[in-house]
Design a binder for this molecule. Structure first.
Ligand code: ZN
Length: 219
């Protein structure tokens, strides 16, 4: 998609990255908004739907993995670019619900190439596998009695609510949205470590395995 006046939402927990990217991309002609993690990105999405969402993967609060899967389900028309330094290459790493991938640190020219390579407005939306994308949720807390809970963002109404669960990792869970009663299926994954993780060494044929299998890719 050409840069002229396309609406862009940049999601990154690192202020310097948000600032430098928005300055450069606004200068080129994009209409840029920013958010510091997934939950605040959803608030921005409720205000106005961008043409392109550019999201970091490893963020506190709602991670990019989860944000991208929510956006793919709820806003399948939004073009999404996953960005991280955790993976290398030009291809979207397996299991990430994004249209394209930008390897952080490769420079603005490389980012622009990714943005310009996105499909135009006449792309066939029906080919996007919207409903098949699971919601992956990072385990993010315990209450005062030590019971683990996660914060779920409903892919239909985009409101968020806490959900308690038993301690079994790697298992599909389901619940009804507190607000709109939409049935939500989700899998818990452990928070991504910041280390140089050996990740996504899976073969393409493995992509259709249980989404909760994703947890193992982070170690
Ligand atoms: Zn809902």
């Amino acid at each position: 998609m050409q840069g002229t006046r396309a609406k862009l939402l940049i999601v990154d927990d690192e202020p310097s990255i948000r600032e430098s990217m928005s300055l450069i991309l606004a200068d080129i002609g994009y209409r840029v908004r920013t958010a510091e993690e997934g939950f605040s990105a959803l608030i921005e999405l409720r205000k106005e739907i961008p043409d392109i969402l550019l999201s970091d993967l490893n963020m506190p609060g709602m991670s990019g993995f989860e944000l991208l899967s929510v956006v793919r389900r709820r806003f399948p028309s939004v073009l999404t670019v996953a960005m991280t330094g955790m993976f290398t290459g030009d291809e979207v790493p397996s299991g990430i619900a994004a249209t394209a991938f930008y390897q952080k640190g490769c420079g603005i020219a490389s980012l622009l190439k990714v943005l310009e390579g996105l499909p135009g407005p006449n792309r066939a939306l029906s080919k996007l596998p919207a409903a098949s994308v699971p919601i992956w949720i990072q385990r993010n807390g315990h209450d005062s009695s030590g019971v683990p809970f996660v914060t779920i963002a409903c892919p239909e109404c985009l409101r968020t609510f806490p959900q308690y669960f038993d301690n079994s990792i790697c298992q599909m869970h389901q619940t009804d949205c507190t607000f709109c009663s939409c049935l939500i299926q989700f899998a818990i994954v452990e928070p991504v470590s910041r280390g140089p993780a050996k990740v996504f060494e899976m073969k393409p044929a493995d992509r259709k395995q249980e989404p909760c299998g994703a947890a193992q890719f982070y170690y």
